[in-house]
Design a protein around this ligand. Structure first.
Ligand SMILES: C[S@@+](CC[C@H](N)C(=O)[O-])C[C@H]1O[C@@H](n2cnc3c(N)ncnc32)[C@H](O)[C@@H]1O
Length: 387
């Protein structure tokens, strides 16, 4: 049985995917009490450490995973970068990997693609140098959750490293051009962040934009969905959010009422998670790698930008021309995928969004703002009738 340790485990997105690919988790490490409540129920019998800074060592396993905090590396976060208090915790992973007399065949890191751009890719330089200093060869790839059949536009960077194996064969083999290009003939559901509207919306056609731990106003909140038939603006049910991340329904229920956590906390936990289908794919590829095609590689200079995929060792790095779609699952359209009714977006939220959107310079899909206005009218009319 292949074994793993999950650092920064959250609600166990990586570990659940690995389990589905036949792996066994030996140790979890997570500081957040609500996430820990989920892990206790979903991974019974697995030891859960709390603060990574207090973790003295790792057991000998085949894989160490670390979806380390993204708050300082994401566009919606502090953008303090890899030296920020939270994302800088990745250095704790290097401390643990640096321990003598323990062998971990593989290391998997995960974070947001904005880290490829932020400060000219400084986070990538720090991470890859840290890995190389420990003797690792590394490969990275940006992957989109839509490649795994889920209507969520969620791109994440996976970094895989090993001292003894070739990470390129796992991560960079297998390429599918995006199969799914929305057919615009029929009206499609679109996802957007109703908390935004000034400079962007996180707009996604026939998908929701990436679920995130907090909105632009720092509250864990869902995106909204514009359903064209019948015309409706809803926020999805939290159980559909779990499904959009590849979890079974009610995976995060154990978090509710843990140390006073509210139902809303579930959105934060789900937004923080690694998509289960993505981690199942990598768990399977680790068992059964492909063959990396070196014709796809281009040598990079030190200050070149970080392309969406590549690899490196001993101070040399290459970009690799592979897509963000390493797999080809059948795509289910968003309207069909949703299994629960959802909640109409409140008139207050919709009105605030409409006001911001109308005074912004953004351009919108025809009919979208009209449908928001229609939605507000219908809700207010219903309220008038009821009073
Ligand atoms: C991006 S999330 C992890 C997602 C997770 N790896 C998965 O597979 O779904 C980062 C996690 O790191 C946790 N974290 C932050 N600081 C920590 C610390 N000092 N020790 C352990 N966990 C920490 C956060 O609570 C959060 O759940």
């Amino acid at each position: 049985m292949l074994t793993s340790v999950g650092l920064f485990s959250g609600i166990g997105g990586i570990e659940e995917g690995l389990r589905r690919a036949g792996w066994q988790t030996r140790l979890l490490c997570e500081i957040d009490p609500a996430a820990r409540a989920v892990l206790r129920q979903r991974f019974p019998g697995v030891k859960i450490s709390s603060d990574i800074k207090e973790l003295a060592g790792l057991p000998e396993v085949d894989l160490v995973t670390a979806g380390f905090p993204c708050q300082d590396l994401s566009q919606a976060g502090t953008t303090k970068g890899i030296n920020g208090r939270k994302s800088g915790l990745v250095r704790e992973v290097f401390r643990l990997l640096g321990e003598r007399n323990r062998v971990q065949k593989w290391v998997l890191l995960e974070n947001v693609p904005f880290m490829l751009q932020l400060d000219g890719g400084r986070a990538m330089r720090v991470i890859t140098t840290g890995l190389e200093d420990l003797g690792y060869t590394w490969a990275y790839r940006t992957v989109d959750a839509r490649a795994f059949g889920l209507p969520q536009r969620r791109k994440r960077v996976l970094i895989l490293a090993s001292k003894t194996e070739d990470p390129r064969d796992v991560l960079l083999s297998g390429d599918n051009p995006p199969a799914y290009l929305p057919a615009r003939k029929r009206p499609l559901a679109c996802g957007f962040y109703w908390t935004e509207g000034n400079t962007g919306l996180g707009w996604a056609i026939d998908a929701i934009p990436a679920l995130k731990p907090g909105s632009a106003i720092s509250i864990p909140s869902p995106p909204a969905i514009w359903l064209p038939r019948p015309r409706k603006i809803v926020t999805p049910d939290v159980r559909d959010a779990e499904r959009l991340q590849g979890f079974p329904v009610d995976w995060t229920r154990p978090a509710v009422n843990c140390d006073g956590c509210s139902e809303r906390e579930r959105w934060r936990l789900i937004g923080n998670a690694v998509n289960v289908r993505v981690s199942k794919w990598i768990g399977k590829k680790l068992r059964n790698p492909g063959r990396h095609d070196t014709h796809m590689d281009t040598k990079q200079r030190k200050n070149d930008r970080w392309e969406p995929a590549g690899w490196g060792r001993k101070g040399e790095r290459y970009s690799t021309n592979v897509s963000e779609w390493p797999a080809q699952y059948g795509y289910r359209s968003l309207a069909e995928f949703l299994a629960y009714e959802g909640t109409p977006l409140s008139s207050r939220a919709a009105s605030g969004f409409l006001r911001r959107a109308r005074s912004s310079k953004l351009r919108f899909q025809p009919g979208f703002l009209e449908d928001i206005a229609y939605h507000i009218e219908r809700i207010e009319e219903g309220l008038r009738r009821a009073s």
